[in-house]
Design a protein around this ligand. Structure first.
Ligand code: E4P
Length: 215
């Protein structure tokens, strides 16, 4: 499974990139606003750090506007992909952009029907929001599994990004469902490294080593 980081913070991206496990980055308007930066400048900075896809969300509303804005943003750096929210105008824009070779991540996916339509229009990625579905009392991970099944049934090349990840368990669930990619917040990536038995084992080995060196 590919691992993306879900942030617009450069320090976090640099650190996770240094681990050697980072395949890409997703941003959204809320994450960019948290950094207080201009979206185009920031996605260029990110694309220069990470050797992989960087999703930049664009805010146009009609298909012609989406297409024009997407062309400009995609031209900033070869790593930049376009992120558009699921709606009819997005489907129309995806059809045109994918034919031009501009990769689109269709975001805010909350049903397998939406994912099917996005894939048929030519989306490179769809992003089902696992955590936000859990928030309303459903099992978000079930949606990921459904989409994987539908895409396998028909051989779609569209990759599935498990998004709105809130815990290491969500990442594991996505991997067990065979999901192509998980986009994970920084604090969850840090938690994935840790285990109390590992810390305990390291402390014991260190103590025993120091004893043996003294003897
Ligand atoms: C996906 O690309 C989104 O940026 C993100 O995963 C949304 O997560 P949230 O529900 O925690 O805001």
């Amino acid at each position: 499974m590919k691992i993306f980081i879900d942030t617009a913070n450069l320090d976090m991206i640099r650190e996770i990139n240094s681990w050697g496990i980072l395949d890409g980055v997703t941003t959204n308007p809320s994450l960019i606003a948290k950094e207080g930066v201009d979206v185009r400048t920031r996605v260029k900075e990110i694309a220069e750090i990470v050797d992989g896809p960087v999703s930049a969300e664009i805010m146009s509303v009609t298909a012609p506007e989406m297409i024009a804005e997407a062309r400009e943003v995609a031209a900033i750096h070869p790593n930049i992909n376009i992120k558009l929210p699921m709606c009819v105008e997005t489907l129309k824009a995806v059809k045109v952009l994918s034919a031009e070779g501009i990769k689109v991540n269709v975001t805010l996916i909350f049903s397998a029907h939406q994912a099917l339509l996005a894939a048929k229009a030519g989306a490179a990625y769809v992003s089902p929001f696992v955590g936000r579905l859990d928030d309303i009392g459903t099992y978000g991970i079930d949606l990921v599994a459904q989409i994987m099944q539908v895409f396998q049934n028909y051989g779609f090349a569209t990759e599935v990004i498990a998004a709105s990840i809130r815990s290491p368990a969500h990442v594991l669930d996505a991997a067990l469902a065979g999901c192509d990619i998980a986009t994970i917040p920084y604090d969850i990536l840090k938690k994935m490294v840790q285990h109390p038995k590992t810390d305990e084992g390291i402390a014991k080995f260190k103590a025993d080593y120091e004893k043996s060196v003294k003897n």
